[in-house]
Design a protein around this ligand. Structure first.
Ligand code: E4P
Length: 218
């Protein structure tokens, strides 16, 4: 399972990249705003910086919601670097644009996916990645991981190549469960990713090893 970092924060991207645990980055307009990145040119420059830092796929989201606008923005984003994946919302014109991009060699990430029906449509249109938002589904009292399970089964039934990119991850358990269910990718905040490190028995065992090693020093 690939690990993408879900942020536009360059320091966090550098930290995760230096450890060697990320295969890509996803961003969205909210994450860009959180970093204070505004203005078309600044947004593009920020994407270029991320692409220069990380070898893997970088999802850059369009703002337009009409077909022509999505295509125009998507083509501009895709021209920034070979590892850009154009992130397109799951709306009618978005699906049409994904189909257009797919036919023209531009890779896509279909975002804001909350149902298996939407997952089928995105795959039919030729999306490279599909982003079901599991945390936001959980927030409403529904079962986000249940949706991942359903999409994994459906895609397996038909040998669909669209990669399931579990998004809106809230904690380390989400990551482990996605791996159990067979998601192709998880995208998560650094905190959730680093949470995978933690186990009290590791801390206890290390403290014991270090104490014992101290006693053997001559
Ligand atoms: C990533 O592609 C998504 O935009 C992101 O995971 C959404 O996460 P959130 O629900 O925490 O905003």
């Amino acid at each position: 399972m690939k690990f993408f970092l879900d942020t536009a924060n360059l320091e966090q991207i550098k930290e995760a990249n230096d450890i060697g645990i990320i295969d890509g980055v996803t961003t969205n307009p909210s994450l860009m705003a959180k970093e204070g990145i505004s203005g078309h040119n600044n947004v593009l420059k920020h994407y270029v910086k991320i692409c220069e830092m990380v070898e893997g796929d970088i999802s850059a989201e369009v703002i337009a919601t009409d077909f022509e606008g999505i295509v125009r923005e998507g083509e501009e984003l895709a021209s920034l670097a070979p590892n850009i994946v154009v992130k397109v919302p799951m709306i009618r014109d978005g699906v049409k644009a994904i189909n257009h991009f797919s036919n023209n060699g531009i890779r896509t990430n279909c975002t804001l996916v909350f149902s298996a029906g939407q997952a089928l449509l995105a795959a039919k249109a030729g999306a490279t990645y599909l982003s079901p938002f599991i945390g936001r589904i959980d927030d409403t009292g529904w079962n986000g991981l249940g949706l991942i399970e359903q999409i994994v089964e459906i895609y397996a039934n038909y040998g669909i190549m669209t990669e399931i990119l579990a998004a809106s991850i809230r904690n380390p358990l989400h990551i482990v469960k996605c791996a159990e269910l067979g998601a192709d990718v998880v995208t998560c905040p650094l905190k959730a990713m680093m949470g995978l490190l933690n186990h009290p028995l590791t801390d206890k065992g290390l403290a014991q090893f270090l104490a014992d090693a101290e006693g053997t020093r001559g």
